[in-house]
Design a protein around this ligand. Structure first.
Ligand SMILES: [Zn+2]
Length: 257
């Protein structure tokens, strides 16, 4: 049973309990029931957006037990013809490794970039095919198409399919959970999210990331905007100065299991 179902069941039992304890005077405490229902809906919505809660499915969001100074840098939404080459050059300069959660339709547009990334030792992972803004309303079948089409696009270039998937916007739903049961991908989240696509101040973004760095952290970045070379360079400088090493998501998950 998913954490979501357990939560709904607990809420129903709690509301029923309040009803029984209150002597079944439903009308007298109507506002209490309304408040409980609103709270229940609010927590459900937050749970959809928080992979850390493992509400609908179990996601890997970092290794809390890691003792070595290692972190996983991840890039979502690429490959991007303008910014992915800069990211790859910086990673090479600092001898760092990263994981790229790619959008299937971008893989079809720029297969040479994921080929180059994989040849340089980086990990290529699945981040849906369309990254549509309404993707969380998908049925199980819709999610399956999103995941399988991206796997196929990556396999066509690399000859292998990714073992990890990150849902766009970090939103999880029961339909996605059912699809993942079929595709058997490991779902990966993060524990450092600087909001690099929305915040414009590069220095603030670097500070936001570096102050949260700890062993076993997963950093969520995007190789899709013009601030990324600055952010990545300063992050890599910080990691080098503080003796941190970068690892792929697959290696971090392997160490955690
Ligand atoms: Zn994304």
């Amino acid at each position: 049973m998913s954490n979501y179902l357990k939560y709904i069941l607990a809420c129903i039992l709690f509301i029923l309990g309040v009803y029984l304890v209150s002597g079944m005077h439903f009308q007298d405490a109507l506002w209490v029931y309304l408040l409980l229902i609103v709270l229940m809906i609010f927590v459900s919505i937050v749970g959809h957006f928080s992979m850390r809660w493992n509400f609908h499915l179990k996601a890997f969001v970092g290794n809390k037990n890691e003792t070595q100074k290692i972190v996983a840098i991840t890039f979502d939404d690429g490959p991007n013809a303008v910014f992915t080459p800069d990211v790859l050059s910086l990673l090479e300069k600092f001898e760092a490794t990263a994981t790229f959660f790619c959008i299937g339709q971008n893989v079809i547009r720029h297969p040479e970039l994921i080929k180059e990334a994989a040849e340089k030792g980086h990990t290529i992972a699945n981040h849906s095919f369309s990254h549509s803004s309404t993707i969380d309303f998908n049925t199980t079948k819709g999610w399956l198409q999103e995941i399988e089409k991206t796997d196929a696009a990556i396999e066509k270039v690399l000859g292998t399919t990714p073992i990890t998937f990150r849902p766009p916007y970090g939103v999880t739903t029961p339909a996605l959970a059912r699809a993942i049961k079929i595709t058997k991908h490991r779902v990966v989240g993060w524990n450092i999210r600087p909001f690099d696509t929305t915040l414009k101040n590069k220095k603030k973004l670097v500070k936001r990331i570096t102050r949260q760095i700890k062993p076993g952290a997963i950093i969520l970045l995007h190789d899709s905007h013009d601030r990324i070379p600055y952010i990545l360079e300063h992050l890599l400088l910080f990691l080098r100065e503080n003796n941190y090493k970068t690892v792929s998501i697959n290696n971090m998950m392997h160490d955690a299991s």
